[in-house]
Design a protein around this ligand. Structure first.
Ligand code: UD1
Length: 342
């Protein structure tokens, strides 16, 4: 069965994708510089799948290392590229770090694989739609000017990949536009490991519930939405991981739509931040301490995806609902309390 390079494979979405690739009969090979993840995730993955995945620690921004890896691993025929910096706030403070890391790594990989047939799946984001003009937003919606350097790296990377796929025969590429990934593997052995104070909603909720944080501050409740809170399309990380396997399969079969394609990866359902909190309280049996504070600059008010294209053409559809998302996120937080991973 084919070998798939998973860059960023010890990270949150990467580790779940390594498990799903293995379950689907692929051999995942991880490259990670461990800048935002722990080597211990390899042991955690092993507890789930029974074998420790092959692992190489280096920075993809180092072109010599990338070329050496390609030379020593001639049997890789697919790449899922997660490795990237992803904190929106930090990208505003330090844009050059984002442009450096996210572009050098991408371009080094593409250049190193110029000589062989490669299926390439890229981690993109619904952030490319900005505040959409219509909902649910589909893939034909215009890409709006990015509100952060992080968002800009996703937009420009999509352009680089489309031009690359069209210019060189050997590349077939799919960009997956994720909505809001949450939750953890049902075993509670892998999940999100935020460094420092979490910026995203779900880890902040679970860390508050377990007592690591005093309270959650909700950023505004006076938006023009059903209950005044922002609305998001939360997607279970295991469903998201399976979307990557579906993308590799479509590329292996030959995507009839051509050498470059994009797909929304969400559930198609919009839940407000308040609804997410209520769902968490129900799944965990915990009352969450939260207060409503001022809006966060740059937040999108409402976004959820039209998943018709991924359902029909990627042959993938989310199976898990908001209860499973919250329940698994909570089990993972409780696991971490008993078994800290640094
Ligand atoms: C952001 C990025 C997105 C990125 C994603 C994952 C933008 C516009 N979006 O999504 O590109 O892929 O992070 O890193 O840059 N919230 C609170 N209190 C908190 C944290 C969050 O109320 O402490 C609210 C936010 O205001 C928002 C919702 O929860 O309404 C989701 O926030 P978050 O988890 O940060 O994700 P996004 O902002 O949707």
């Amino acid at each position: 069965m084919s070998k798939i390079l998973v860059t960023g494979g010890t990270g949150y979405i990467g580790s779940h994708t390594v498990v799903e690739l293995h379950n689907a009969g692929y051999t995942p090979v991880i490259v990670d510089n461990l800048s935002n993840s722990s080597i211990k995730m390899l042991d955690q993955i092993e507890k789930i799948i029974g074998i420790k995945p092959e692992f190489h620690q280096f920075d993809l921004c180092d072109d010599t290392k990338v070329l050496e890896f390609v030379k020593n691993n001639p049997d890789i025929n697919g790449i899922i590229h997660f490795a990237a910096s992803k904190a929106v706030g930090e990208s505003v403070q330090n844009p050059l770090k984002y442009y450096h890391n996210n572009f050098f790594s991408l371009i080094n990989l593409l250049e190193a694989y110029r000589e062989k047939p490669i299926n390439f799946v890229f981690s993109s984001s619904c952030t490319v739609y900005g505040e959409p003009d219509y909902l649910p937003v589909d893939e034909a919606a215009p890409v709006k000017k990015a509100t952060s350097p992080y968002g800009n790296t996703k937009q420009i990377a999509e352009e680089i990949l489309e031009e690359t796929a069209n210019a060189y025969d050997n590349f077939n590429i799919i960009a997956l536009r994720y909505f809001n990934p949450v939750g953890a593997h049902e075993s509670a052995l892998i999940g999100e490991l935020p460094l420092g104070v979490p910026q995203n909603l779900l880890p902040f909720i679970t860390q508050t519930a377990i007592g690591k944080r005093d309270k959650l501050t909700v950023f505004g409740n006076d938006f023009d939405t059903k209950d005044g809170f922002c609305v998001r399309d939360f997607i279970h990380v295991v469903d998201l991981a399976k979307a990557h396997v579906a993308a590799i399969k479509l590329l292996e079969k030959g995507n009839p739509k051509g050498k470059y394609d994009v797909f929304n990866v969400g559930t198609g359902n919009g839940y407000s931040v308040l609804e997410a909190i209520k769902a968490f309280e129900e799944a965990s049996g915990q009352k969450l301490n939260y207060v409503v504070g001022p809006r966060r600059e740059g937040d999108i008010v409402k976004v959820y995806g039209d998943v018709t294209k991924s359902t029909n053409e990627l042959n993938w559809k989310a199976q898990l609902g908001i209860f499973e998302m919250m329940d698994s996120a909570w089990k993972w937080e409780k696991y971490l309390q008993e078994n800290p991973i640094d």
